[in-house]
Design a protein around this ligand. Sequence first.
Ligand code: SF4
Length: 313
Amino acid sequence: MARLSNDFSWSVSRAALFRECERAYYYNYYGSWGGWEAEAPERTRLLYLLKNLKTLPMWAGSIVHETIGEALQRLARTGQAMSVEELQARARTRLRSGWLEAVSGEWRTRPKKTNLQELYYGNGRSLPREITDSTKERVNTCLAAFAESAVRREIEATPYLQWKPIDTLDTFSIDDLKVWCAIDFAYTDADGAVRVIDWKTGAEDRESLTTQLACYALYAAEKWFASLDRLRLCGVFLGDQARVSDYPVQPEMLVNTKDLILTSAEAMRARLDDVAANQASEERFPFCENERVCRRCNFRQACPYVNAATAAP
Ligand code: SF4
């Protein structure tokens, strides 16, 4: 089988990590590369394992996304909607099996299995009851909000032929730069406008959501030939009773986002040893030296900036 090559690309999450800590960015996109192979050096395997850690809020968010994705797929296949009880029961199964994967340590041999940051850097077996309860509560609240939302009713009333592919990771290009994005859900509404939805389980951050939705607009224009004046972008805040926050598409939003992407990609490339080969050296990526960021960083076990002996599980 052909070996995977580590090609340079851009995404909203990649840019956010680069802004937060360049060393963590190096570990995530370069130091851990190939760490899935049994014969990889021990440090590369460790960085790959740490890269795959999930915090509880991230885990809860991914379970909500997967469960909604599953409900929409079933609706597309059979025309049957899932009740709130069924949505929550399916999420409970995911929570249970993910928790078992995390405490059993399956991730030691299969790093893609659920590995929770709070457990990994904790005692590996348990977390305070109020923390696990609030994670379950967050998942249940978000799914109940989805089930009762006007957005869901509108989706159900839209013929499947007007849906776009659900939650598929794909790329578009800006001046030869590959940009990754995964639109949660999109469809052509009754007025002929393309409606793009991003499910959110956390709080609204208008700046980062503007960039994310502008990327979706650029993607929709390139892949679906959507006309920008017929595009409606919104975030649906499931933790806030499925509140819909609209982001009107304006030319300056797209121009600013393209600029931001190209400037950010240039700053990332400036750290590389060899831009054409996308090769990097650890020491060229500085530590953020910000205790608040380090405290919730996946890589603290491997990072010389923090005390490895106390951070190791
Ligand atoms: S522990 Fe701190 S300095 Fe080290 S990679 Fe993480 S955020 Fe950066």
